[in-house]
Design a protein. Structure first.
Lengths: 518, 178
């Protein structure tokens, strides 16, 4: 097998360089080389081309081995540096090795040259791999830390935003939307909604979004957001949608899949400021071992693939390596949060899918997301909540939430629409109330509570009152255990994400109460 | 040092348990204000639609700050909640729910008599409360709270208690319950 070698030779004598090259070729190397004999020429060569190693003479009329070593070190490049010189003293040789030369050979005795180079190349590759691993570890630790920080801030934010949005809405109901105060309140609501959208991106990136994962098909998911996407994209871009009808069912969460589609489409739009074509595709693919060799995180087997392609500016490999990092943006300051693609990445990871990107400057970008096929049949997509869903009811709701502002708001909203609301600030308190009071139509509980958590409470409530329904509130997925769409007894989790509006809460409560008991 | 480590090992789980354990006062306080959801007072009990709903504690207060903390910021059907304390029976002023402390057990019959005709939901947690004319008694056993309700007394003063609460409770008439 031919071994390619790019050698930078620091040597004033062409004849000596030829001897080195002959020895290397005898050793089986196919050598590309450049010979330099001054510091400037060496610097130039290092800057212009990529090299596998440096072979250097020690004493030259215009240059020295020690000088060459210093130049190499000053570039920060970790290349093997092998000295091949005439007879010199042992002390000089030792000094050169101490300064960082990797080996020291004597001209005329070059038998050791090839084994030395092979050894150094091996060591160098190992050093590089180790550095890369360390860098990846550092990077993943950094992402983890940012994610945790973002997640905990987002959790508190969602509680506050629930109260801000909720009370603004309740006030609007009282003063009327067309009054002066009503219009002021609309500004409050709109700002709070923008804050909520930002929080959602943060949570998505930190993979702490509450997920309601169900079997669904990507084709229907794309169809349902298509009208909204077309509105968002604008008329200067042609939207081309190519969906497979017999697409495999996959496990995903509709809301977050929508978020992925939106973020990627907006990203594509921004890559095509002067117009172009945005293509959204779904199709079935078979991921084989060959693909996994190049994409170690991909899943082998049948997958449904979602592809979003633009004909925009494209990306250099340097940018490509960074696009999923939070707060990385190529847009001008103030024109992007740098969270969109980080959120996509977080959601895809949380859904155990695989995302990969093809892009070149000037040739557009293509994002692929591969979802493993699930054996479960996809659920028929439920239409969006009808506007005329009755909001009022007279059932009894046990409301469990430790955050006072959220609890007070939810209670006020429910009470104003006829519900009887019993409050508890902890799961333990809620269980005591369930034990002492009959009947109970709905337990509306936060997932994270001090002491007993919402999931444990739901299990206890189902045991004590099998006919009671459970609706979870959450701004943060933190199931003890993994994120799942089902409760212990196999019933589907009903979830309302914080921050929520009174209207959304009332609709969800109505749905949960009228849902078929399992 | 070793003894500290041992102590920490012994104490830490105990503290954790203490934090999560059944807190009787907090549970009774939570029940007290949630009772308002199941009881209807005669219209004359409130000055107007925004008048506060007053929770009174008669006698030695077993709640410390717990009741105030549980009730803080709560609004029921548009009425803010207020907690007041009465040292003696004669002090009992406007109030809608009255928790009668165990310290008043010897005077239960006299209290019931004095409150006759006033639409006050009386709640207690000692033996003899319901049989002496109290309306709702907490019965605590093995970390569970049950309710015993003397429905006749409540009806006599014009309070209507939701069947939802009655169905869960043990119902007694005057004289037969302890």
């Amino acid at each position: 097998m031919t071994k390619f070698l790019r050698a930078l030779i620091v040597e004033d004598s062409p004849a000596d360089a030829e001897l080195l090259l002959a020895e290397l070729r005898r050793g089986g190397f196919d050598v590309t080389y450049q010979r330099v004999d001054t510091g400037d020429a060496m610097r130039d060569a290092l800057e212009r081309d990529a090299w596998d190693l440096v072979i250097s003479d020690f004493n030259m009329p215009a240059f020295s081995g020690m000088g060459a070593l210093q130049i190499l070190q000053s570039t920060g490049r970790d290349l093997p540096f092998i000295v091949v010189s005439g007879i010199i003293g042992e002390e000089t040789a030792v000094a050169a090795m101490k300064a960082g030369a990797h080996d020291f050979l004597v001209k005329g005795r070059l038998a050791r040259l090839v084994p030395a180079i092979e050894r150094e190349l091996r060591d160098s590759a190992e050093r590089r791999t180790r550095l890369q691993l360390e860098e990846r570890l550092r990077q993943s630790q950094k992402m983890e830390a940012i994610g945790r920080l973002a997640g905990s801030i987002a959790h508190d934010f969602n509680n506050m935003l629930t109260a801000i949005l909720g009370y603004a809405e309740l006030m609007t109901d009282q003063v009327g939307p067309e009054t002066g105060l009503g219009r002021d309140l609309a500004e409050v609501v709109s700002a709070a909604q923008r804050a909520a959208a930002l929080t959602r991106q943060l949570l998505a990136f930190s993979r702490k979004q509450p997920l309601a994962v169900v079997p669904l098909d990507l084709t229907s998911a794309v169809r349902s957001v298509e009208p909204m996407l077309r509105r968002l994209i604008g008329e200067h871009i042609v939207v081309n949608i190519a969906l497979a009808d017999d697409i495999y069912p996959v496990l995903a969460d509709t809301t977050h899949l929508d978020q992925v589609l939106m973020n990627l489409s907006l990203n594509a739009r921004d890559a095509m400021p002067r117009g172009g074509v945005l293509t959204i595709e779904t199709r079935n693919v078979e991921i084989d071992a060959g693909f996994v060799r190049d994409h170690p995180d991909a899943h082998i087997g049948p997958c449904a693939r979602l592809t979003i392609r633009d004909t925009g500016v494209g990306m250099t490999p340097g940018i490509l390596a960074k696009i999923f990092e939070p707060f990385f943006t190529t847009k001008e300051r103030g024109h992007g949060t740098g969270l969109g693609l980080a959120a996509v990445y977080g959601i895809v990871k949380q859904l155990s899918a695989y995302i990969w990107v093809e892009s070149e400057p000037g040739r557009g970008s293509t994002f692929h997301i591969d979802f493993a096929r699930t054996a479960l049949p996809s659920l028929v997509a439920t239409p969006a909540v009808a506007a005329e869903t009755p909001r009022a009811g007279d059932e009894t709701v046990l409301l469990v939430e430790d955050e006072d502002s959220v609890r007070h708001f939810a209670k006020t909203a429910l009470e104003r629409h006829g519900y009887r609301v019993i409050e508890a600030a902890t799961g333990e308190m809620a269980v005591a109330i369930i034990e002492a009071m009959l009947p109970l139509d709905l337990v509306l509980t936060d997932i994270i509570l001090p002491g007993m958590n919402g999931r444990e409470l739901a299990t206890a409530a189902k045991r004590l009152r099998p006919q009671a329904h459970v609706l979870f509130m959450s701004g943060y997925a933190d199931w003890p255990g993994e994120v799942r769409g089902l409760l212990d007894d196999g019933s589907r989790i009903e979830l309302i994400e914080k921050p929520f509006t009174a209207a959304a809460l009332l609709a969800k409560v109505r749905d949960a109460i009228t849902a078929d008991s399992v | 040092l070793i003894s500290w480590v041992v102590l920490a090992l012994v104490v830490a789980p105990a503290l954790l348990n203490a934090q999560r354990k059944f807190d009787e006062r907090e549970i009774k306080a939570t029940f007290l204000f949630n009772f308002a959801q199941f009881v209807e007072w005669p219209a004359a009990s409130f000055a107007d639609a925004q008048a506060p709903l007053v929770i009174g504690v008669l006698g030695a207060d077993p709640f410390d700050a717990v009741l105030d903390a549980v009730v803080r910021g709560e609004v029921i059907n548009g009425r803010p909640l207020v907690v007041t304390r009465f040292r003696r029976l004669e002090d009992v002023a406007t109030c809608h729910i009255l928790f009668v402390s165990a310290s008043e057990a010897p005077r239960y019959p006299r209290i019931a008599q004095a409150l006759q005709g006033r639409a006050i939901l009386t709640v207690g947690d000692s033996d003899g409360f319901a049989s002496s004319g109290g309306m709702i008694r907490f019965i605590t056993d093995k970390n569970h709270v049950r309710l015993r309700i003397n429905i006749g007394v409540a009806r006599a003063v014009g309070l209507s208690i939701s069947s939802q609460l009655l169905r869960a409770a043990e119902l007694v008439g005057q004289g037969e319950a302890r």
